[in-house]
Design a protein around this ligand. Structure first.
Ligand code: G6P
Length: 506
């Protein structure tokens, strides 16, 4: 997973026909023992999702190198032209930790944690979004397609359109878009909608997210929306049509299948089982340590099953991988304390010398190890309180080449729309979750097979290549057909609404 970088080479300024703009570059900066910096490919859903597309298109990627004040020239890395956007320690605190992850993140995840609205964060968000937009405008070739990613950069589409009207602009929102009643809390609700509407195509994970967005546009801006089309007035009185619809993201299923077939990965799965004392059943949770993931709810249900005597640690172990995330944001620090207290209590009450209730790992692992864990896990617990998609659910399914294992999946994860053959739960309903866990543990092999085959078919058919292709097709369509209408007319020509009736959501 972490292919070592060849030393980056500074290259002459290059213009690209496809530009991705994301908060993070697809690489991490690592410094070796001699103090020599180099880059290695970073893990994570978005990077995995876009990497094959970028390689094929010979594109450019604009993003932050992930550390303060790393100001380096653009360079080539594994077939992609990388354009670093430097962020100072202040930018990180105000734009990334503040506005992005202490305002937008909790607001867009249904205020599971209370969003904080601070004007100084907003000012930094505007400033940093402008910097990303400028970097993208500088690297985009004439008439290029620019694809902006996620909630950290919601103002970039409009800024780009103003600077470069020749571009075709897409935006994909990886997280939920909340119901209007919540969205309307945002003091800058109009500016954000106008920022997003700079794009020709605005993609969401679920049909419901696209619907929430369209409603916010109607209520706040009074623009006309019809099915997935939104009529956006231009400053000169003409109008154009933006498309807002669901494009559920997926994974590179083949790479998981290949890993799951590897003898060393299979052997590692056996080794993991043995090192846990060969329990009859292994339950698994894999998440960033985030309050949206329902980790505490999951542990509560599992702890109660042990308490009730329905499960015993000799028979069942829960492995919880919680990768470190946003560790300087208060809500994340608090969550970590709560989870670790909970793990300590449950283990203290139930562990034996030979067996543990919860094997808790506050670490990130390479993909090989994750697939070995997926192969070792009889039951995968995805209990998010709110999640744009949840790619871990899809990774588990893709890895189960034996057609066994049970996916327990929250209805509040985008993946639930596409994976009806999972055991569906409401994570707020602890009794319901306990029943679902027992059902998953006791599920006969034949039923596991039936469900897993249906899940695998969906994940393999709708993989990330299809996702990116369908989004880029919509952008190509926008480029070819969505010309502005004459001043005075509001309804644009172009695609029929029939094309918007996509059945899939995330
Ligand atoms: C979510 C977001 C991504 C983000 C990732 C990791 O998946 O949708 O935009 O990159 O979390 O979070 P981080 O704050 O570490 O980038």
């Amino acid at each position: 997973m972490t292919a070592r970088a060849t030393p980056p080479q500074t290259t002459p300024r290059r213009q690209a026909d496809l530009v991705v703009v994301a908060n993070r570059l697809p690489v991490d900066r690592v410094v070796d023992g001699d103090g020599e910096p180099s880059w290695r490919r970073s893990p994570g859903g978005l990077v995995t999702a876009l990497e094959p597309v970028m390689r094929r298109a010979d594109g450019a990627w604009v993003g932050w190198p992930g550390q303060p004040d790393v100001d380096v020239e653009p360079f080539e890395f594994e077939g992609t032209h990388l354009v670093p956007v430097a962020l100072s320690a202040d930018d990180i605190e105000l734009y990334y930790e503040g506005m992005s992850n202490d305002t937008f993140w909790p607001l867009y995840h249904d205020v599971i944690s209370e969003p904080r609205y601070r004007r100084v964060w907003w000012d930094a968000y505007v400033r940093v979004n402008r910097r990303f937009a400028e970097a993208a405008a500088a690297v985009a070739a004439d008439g290029a397609t620019v694809w902006v990613q996620d909630y950290q950069l919601q103002l970039v589409p409009r800024m780009l359109r103003e600077a470069r009207p020749d571009l075709t602009i897409g935006y994909f929102h990886h997280i939920p878009f909340p119901a209007y009643g919540l969205y309307s809390q945002l003091p800058w609700r109009r500016q954000v909608l106008e920022g997003l509407l700079g794009a020709d195509v605005i993609g969401f994970q679920r049909v419901a997210d696209a619907g929430n967005f369209a409603r916010a546009v109607r209520r706040q801006l009074r623009y006309e929306t019809k099915a997935s089309g939104i009529t956006v007035p231009n400053p000169d009185g003409s109008s154009r049509r933006a498309l807002a619809k669901a494009y559920p993201i997926s994974i590179d299923a083949t790479s998981y299948i290949e890993l799951a077939r590897r003898e060393d990965v299979k052997a590692r799965a056996v080794e993991i089982r043995e090192s846990l004392g060969n329990p009859k059943k292994i339950l698994l949770g894999v998440d960033r340590l985030d309050y949206t993931k329902g980790i505490r709810h999951r542990m509560k249900a599992f702890g109660e099953l042990l308490e009730d005597g329905k499960l015993s640690v000799e028979d069942v172990t829960l492995v919880q991988v919680a990768s470190p995330s946003r560790e300087r944001v208060g809500a994340y620090m608090q969550l970590r304390d709560e989870i670790e207290l909970t793990v300590g209590r449950i283990n203290g009450d139930h562990d034996t010398m030979d067996h543990t209730a919860i094997r808790y790992l506050h670490q990130a692992y390479p993909r090989e190890e994750m697939v070995a864990l997926f192969l070792a896990a009889d039951v995968m617990l995805v209990t998010a309180l709110r999640d744009g998609m949840n790619l871990v659910a899809k990774e588990y399914v893709a890895s189960r080449i034996d057609n066994r294992g049970v996916l327990v999946l929250s209805e509040f994860a985008g993946a639930a729309d596409e994976l009806p053959s999972a055991v569906r739960i409401n994570p707020h309903d602890i009794d319901g979750m306990k029943d679902a866990i027992m059902r998953a543990i006791e599920m006969p092999s034949a039923e596991q097979g039936r469900r897993m085959r249906a899940l695998r078919k969906k994940v393999i058919d709708s993989d990330v290549a299809r996702w990116s292709q369908s989004f880029l097709d919509a952008l190509a369509d926008a480029r070819d057909h969505h010309r502005p209408t004459a001043p005075g007319r509001l309804e644009g020509p172009g695609r029929s609404d029939a094309t918007t009736a996509r059945g899939t959501r995330s």
